[in-house]
Design a protein around this ligand. Structure first.
Ligand SMILES: [Zn+2]
Ligand SMILES: [Zn+2]
Length: 389
């Protein structure tokens, strides 16, 4: 018997509006879009932010073309969750079939999402009209409280606290459960209970973490968003296993997101900050979740042999220091062979001997762990880092 595996990919993680500021490249600037491939091959897409364009440009027919249908859940109609639709190229291909699920907005009435499509593609906002969209499109209205199944997966929708409404979705697959709760603010007892219901025992709980706890209590109160501290609180109360901080503020630089993640990790065991290109696998061997960050940019890589001293924290949170060689150095990052297993998305200090005009000098760099693979040498892991300054 094969073990069921589900794969969750993050194509867009930024809230409110896309960012192209270089200070935000590491977590990414595209607005919300997630893709989940269930163990039975069913493809789900969560939200249609600008990340959807990237997913479309790397499109592979779901389930090897055997079941070419895709199920798309749209949480609400704010710009950052619908903006990718006109730029999603698979919508223009005849053989594709899309099932859209969203709620009836009181501002739009019947066929709300269909109206959103038409409005986005109306002249003069977009150069081609709806008739160019050749894929089959089916629209289904869902309401908070609804539960239904799509092949082997069970879906539950619940209302969350957000201006003009937002749905949270819980997807239970044979490999594990994902709760997707973007755009929500704590403070409404009934909707707070909904959020806990979605997150109950989930393997992956993706929650809005746009603001700092301080902002949420003061200047950003009532804006419809949450913080890492609320995410930790809900994860604990609901027994969720892994928390993913999501919907990063467009004004949050990578350094600021690093700091939110660090604080959350001090309070809860398993936390990641959503980053563009991150893939989480559920199920499989050891039944835990496996996360992979996007690799370093490879274009500028050079083979190298630098002697280095590496300091950091292990998975178990212990300090370590180790002498090693750095191979494969690029301007953005390096691949380092280590005996210790550092934590993914943690910081390493890498001190290297670099030849300079006055002989060999020490070069100190701050590295951020983006990937960990089996090492070429026995007992070693290959650790990919990007340099953050
Ligand atoms: Zn949003
Ligand atoms: Zn919103």
């Amino acid at each position: 018997m094969t073990v069921p595996i589900a794969k969750l990919s993050f194509w867009g993680v930024r809230g409110s509006t896309p960012t192209v500021d270089p200070a935000t490249w590491r977590y990414g600037g595209n607005t919300p879009c997630l893709e989940l491939i269930a163990p039975d091959g069913t493809q789900f897409i969560l939200d249609c932010g600008t990340g959807l364009r990237m997913l479309g440009s790397r499109w592979a027919a779901p389930n090897g073309g055997k079941t070419p249908e895709t199920h798309i859940f749209v949480t609400h109609y704010h710009w950052d969750h619908i903006q990718g639709i006109p730029f999603f190229s698979p919508l223009y291909v005849e053989n594709n079939e899309f099932h859209f699920y969203s709620f009836r907005s009181k501002f739009l009435g019947r066929d709300s999402l269909k109206q959103v499509f038409e409005a986005q593609m109306a002249l003069p906002y977009f150069p081609v009209d709806m008739s160019a969209m050749n894929a089959k499109r089916k629209f289904k209205e869902v309401d908070g409280g609804d539960s239904f199944t799509i092949r082997e997966s069970k879906i539950t929708a619940r209302w969350l606290n957000h201006p003009q409404g937002c749905l949270g979705f819980r997807i239970e697959t044979p490999a594990g459960t994902i709760a997707y709760a973007t755009d929500n603010e704590p403070g409404d007892p009934k909707l707070d209970a909904n959020l806990r219901e979605l997150a109950a025992g989930a393997d992956i709980f993706i929650n809005d973490a746009q603001f700092t706890p301080e902002q949420l209590a003061t200047t950003r109160k009532g804006w419809g968003h949450s913080s890492w501290r609320e995410g930790v609180r809900v994860a604990r109360e609901a027994g969720a296993k892994t928390l993913v901080l999501f919907h990063h503020d467009p004004d949050s630089t990578d350094r600021m997101v690093d700091s939110l993640l660090k604080q959350a990790r001090e309070e809860f065991d398993s936390v990641f900050a959503a980053s563009e290109g991150m893939v989480i696998t559920l199920g499989g061997a050891g039944d835990g979740v496996q996360a992979h960050m996007p690799g370093t940019r490879t274009a500028l890589r050079r083979e190298a042999q630098f002697h280095a001293k590496v300091c950091g924290l292990t998975e178990g949170g212990k300090q370590f220091e180790e002498e090693t060689m750095v191979r494969d150095l690029s301007l953005q990052g390096a691949l380092i062979s280590l005996k210790h297993l550092p934590q993914l998305q943690s910081e390493l200090q890498v001190t290297m001997d670099a030849p300079g005009p006055d002989g060999v000098q020490e070069m100190k760099l701050r590295g951020y762990v983006v990937r960990i693979d089996a090492g070429a040498e026995k007992g070693h892991v290959a650790v990919g880092v990007v340099f953050t300054d």
